[in-house]
Structure formats: structure tokens, C-alpha cells
Design a protein around this ligand. Structure first.
Ligand SMILES: Cc1cc2nc3c(=O)[nH]c(=O)nc-3n(C[C@H](O)[C@H](O)[C@H](O)COP(=O)(O)OP(=O)(O)OC[C@H]3O[C@@H](n4cnc5c(N)ncnc54)[C@H](O)[C@@H]3O)c2cc1C
Length: 391
């Protein structure tokens, strides 16, 4: 890594949130380092469905082309299945992205805008030095570790932490320790592969299978491979044999069988519903999953991350000029108002799905009266306003 010793902004994590933040910050004229632990494109546990809110953010940032490529398929229908019942939501509901190519394209856009990407480098934010901890002018130091084990250190005026669930880069800062929801579900994802085959599952459709102990989504990527993501109870994860849970859940919902699951690679995540004690501190802000996450229902996670990425730009411009301690609380308010304002809908849906008795009744009512679901879908897909960047 040919690193400057000092950067205006260091963005940690080149997922959708980090790359779009780096892109916007570089366009605003700041010197931006984008640090990514992985070395090259990789599969990430995700259902791959980007909703209209996420698409609207990309369009307004000038990144619409990223989802007009051969790797992205339209998403026109979401069908919820519970036992033999179904609820279908039709219309242009979003896009089905291949997370490996989508994330790589966003990181490339950040580089094109002037950010410097350091791949295969793990970042750890250092605690403040006791002698400078009370000075608002004190900059932040980040330890970097390359894949080959070599270490070095850089300084920055501002850190954007976008390193996903669990915030690994903040392990030395206890002030960010998270509260995990009791009984939080865990995420699992099946690595897309040509060996996973099924005669069913139409293109442009997300099929959601709901069960008492979790739910899963199946969609077809643009190249025809199946993308499968699920949220499961901890007890299901403890029992193991996740391929059998997936097959059993699909069969109970009368969805087409998927061959090849027994030999598929299935990866898990940390508990999904968790929130850090704070979302900002001295010259540090959290965005995306790092800022807290609620169980996904039909794929809001990427849209939240993108919304936070664009909200951080005007904030970072101010913070780089002069950090003031009240900015930390201001970032918390911005997140609550502009990014997570509608998360109560997800929390309500997630809580309902956790209670089989209510879940069955609500599902039966929505299946009988499909118009009940329309306001929820409109709410989850509402467009996001993106502020103009002024350097
Ligand atoms: C089962 C499941 C299904 C889902 N389905 C959907 C869906 O259909 N649609 C949707 O919108 N969302 C979905 N989500 C949520 C979505 O995947 C996340 O919300 C989204 O990836 C968050 O983006 P992010 O940029 O905040 O973090 P991430 O995408 O997690 O990116 C974080 C990046 O930081 C890097 N990193 C971590 N630590 C370090 C470090 N110390 N130094 C440097 N780099 C580091 C990681 O390698 C990674 O690239 C799903 C989640 C799960 C678990």
C-alpha cells in the first residue's frame, strides 16, 4: 500500500454503504482512503434484492448505470408463501443484484471519483491517546494490516465505519459495544452455484417462504443461478443440517424443490438484530449494517446503507473542517430521521413473524385482502432525497 500518512477521510469497508460514501466524499473534493479487508470480489450473505428506495439513491448519485448491466435482473414480483397460502406483490419493485459484481462496481465507481481503494487490508481504529482525548482537534489513528501480515498506521480527520454487522474495526473501542436483541435471528446464505438446480422459480420474482422458525427468500440472478438468503432462529442454527431446513421450509410452502442443496456452501452471519451503544464518537460515524440492523424482510438492508452513505457527505464536510463534540449526537439524529425513520415497519413485521399464532392470522387476512399489503410495500420503497454535494 502506497499510503499517504494523513487522509481527510478513511472509509472502512467497501460494501454498498462504504463504497457509495467514498464515492460521494471523493466527488466532494476530499482525499478519501477506502479500506477493504477482502482482496477481490466475494460472495456476501444476502438475498440480492435492491428495493426502489436503494435504486433511487443510486440514480440520484449518478450511479444508476451500476444496476443497468448484464449482472442485474429486474425484480417485478414478490410472492410470500406460508403453507399453501400466497400473497403476491406485483409491479416494478426493484432489482436483483449479484453481490460480488454489484459491490465491485460500486468500489470501482469510488475509485473513478478519486478515492483510493486498499484491498486485502484490515483496518482497526485505535483508541484516542489519553493525553489528547479531550482535544476536539485530535485526529484519529487507524492500524492497517495487509494480508501478508505487515502493519502500518495512518491518520485521518474523519472515519466512516461501514464494516458491516459486528463492526470488527471498532473492536478496541468499547464505547461502541452492541446490544443484541434477545432471540435475534441469524442470517444464512447459500453461495450461488450452477450446481443448485430447480425447474421452478421464475426470473424477476422473489419467492419468500415463511415458517415458524425462520424465513427464506429465493430469487434468480441475471445469469440464472439461484440466490438464497434466510433468517433463522438460533435453535435451527444449533441443530445444524441447514440444507434440510431450507428444503423442508420450501416443501412446506409448496415451492419447487431445489437440487444440490446437500453439497452447497451455506454461510452464516452474526445475530441480525443488534444496535451499537452509539452511532458516532470523536471524528467517527457509523453507517450501513455497522450502525445497527433489523431483520431483513424483503431486502431493505442495502437501501438503508445507501441512504446513510449519502447522508454522511454533508456531515463529513462539516466535520473535516472542524470537529465539535455535539456533532456525534447530530449524526444519531440524522440517522434516525433520514435513514431509519421507517424501520418500525420492519420491527413490527419481524415481531409478528416471530409469533406463529399472530403470523398465521395476519397472513390469512393479507391473503384474503391483498390491498392491505400495498401501503407497507409503498412505505418500504419510498424514494430517498439525496442532498446536492457542495465542496
Ligand atoms: C440472509 C440475509 C439476506 C439479506 N437479503 C437482503 C436483500 O435481499 N436485500 C437487501 O437490501 N439487503 C439484504 N440483506 C442485508 C444486506 O446484505 C446488508 O444490509 C448490506 O450488505 C449492508 O451493507 P454494508 O455496506 O453496510 O455492509 P457489508 O455489505 O457487510 O460490507 C462491509 C464490508 O466491510 C468489510 N470489512 C469488515 N471488517 C473490516 C475491517 N476491519 N477492515 C476493512 N474492511 C472490513 C467487509 O469485508 C465488507 O466488504 C440481507 C442480509 C442477510 C443476512
Amino acid at each position: 500500500m502506497n499510503a499517504r500518512a494523513h487522509w481527510n477521510v478513511v472509509v472502512i469497508g467497501a460494501g454498498p454503504a462504504g463504497s457509495v460514501a467514498a464515492y460521494q466524499l471523493a466527488r466532494a473534493g476530499l482525499q478519501v482512503a477506502l479500506i477493504e479487508r477482502s482482496d477481490g470480489p466475494r460472495y456476501k450473505v444476502c438475498g440480492g434484492c435492491l428495493n426502489q428506495r436503494g435504486l433511487s439513491v443510486l440514480e440520484q448519485c449518478g450511479l444508476g448505470d451500476v444496476v443497468r448491466d448484464q449482472f442485474t435482473a429486474p425484480l417485478r414480483q414478490i410472492v410470500f408463501h406460508r403453507d399453501a397460502r400466497q400473497i403476491a406483490i406485483n409491479g416494478q419493485v426493484g432489482a436483483i443484484v449479484n453481490r460480488a459484481t454489484f459491490d465491485a462496481a460500486l468500489a470501482a465507481a469510488a475509485v473513478q471519483a478519486g478515492a483510493q481503494l486498499f484491498g486485502g487490508v484490515k483496518a482497526i481504529v485505535e483508541p484516542l491517546d489519553a493525553s489528547t482525548a479531550t482535544h476536539e482537534s485530535a485526529t484519529r489513528a487507524i492500524s492497517l494490516q495487509r494480508i501478508d501480515g505487515s502493519h502500518y498506521r495512518i491518520l485521518t480527520d474523519f472515519v466512516v465505519v461501514a464494516d458491516g454487522l459486528g463492526r470488527p474495526s471498532l473492536q478496541r473501542l468499547a464505547e461502541f459495544d452492541a446490544v443484541t436483541a434477545r432471540n435475534s435471528r441469524l442470517g444464512i446464505g447459500v453461495t450461488p452455484s450452477a450446481a443448485l438446480a430447480s425447474a421452478g422459480y421464475e426470473p424477476a420474482t422473489l419467492s419468500m417462504a415463511l415458517a415458524d422458525d425462520g424465513y427464506l427468500g429465493v430469487a434468480r440472478l441475471a445469469d440464472g443461478r439461484l440466490c438464497i438468503g434466510a433468517a433463522i432462529d438460533a435453535a435451527v442454527a444449533r441443530r445444524g443440517a441447514l440444507d434440510r431446513w431450507i428444503s423442508g421450509t420450501i416443501a412446506r410452502c409448496e415451492l419447487p424443490a431445489i437440487n444440490g442443496l446437500t453439497s452447497a456452501s451455506i454461510r452464516g452471519t452474526r445475530p441480525l438484530t443488534q444496535r451499537p451503544a452509539r452511532t458516532a464518537s470523536h471524528r467517527i460515524v457509523l453507517i450501513g449494517d455497522a450502525a445497527g440492523y433489523t431483520e431483513p424482510i424483503t431486502g431493505e438492508g442495502m437501501a438503508w446503507g445507501l441512504a446513510a452513505a449519502v447522508a454522511v457527505t454533508p456531515f463529513a464536510l462539516k466535520a473535516c473542517r472542524e470537529w465539535r463534540s455535539e456533532l456525534a449526537a447530530a449524526w444519531g439524529r440524522t440517522l434516525r430521521r433520514d435513514v431509519y425513520g421507517g424501520q418500525y415497519v420492519n420491527r413490527l413485521l419481524a415481531a409478528t413473524l416471530r409469533r406463529p399464532h399472530y403470523a398465521r392470522r395476519v397472513f390469512a387476512a393479507a391473503a384474503a385482502l391483498p390491498s392491505l399489503t400495498a401501503p407497507i410495500v409503498r412505505h418500504l420503497n419510498r424514494p430517498q432525497a439525496v442532498a446536492r454535494i457542495e465542496a
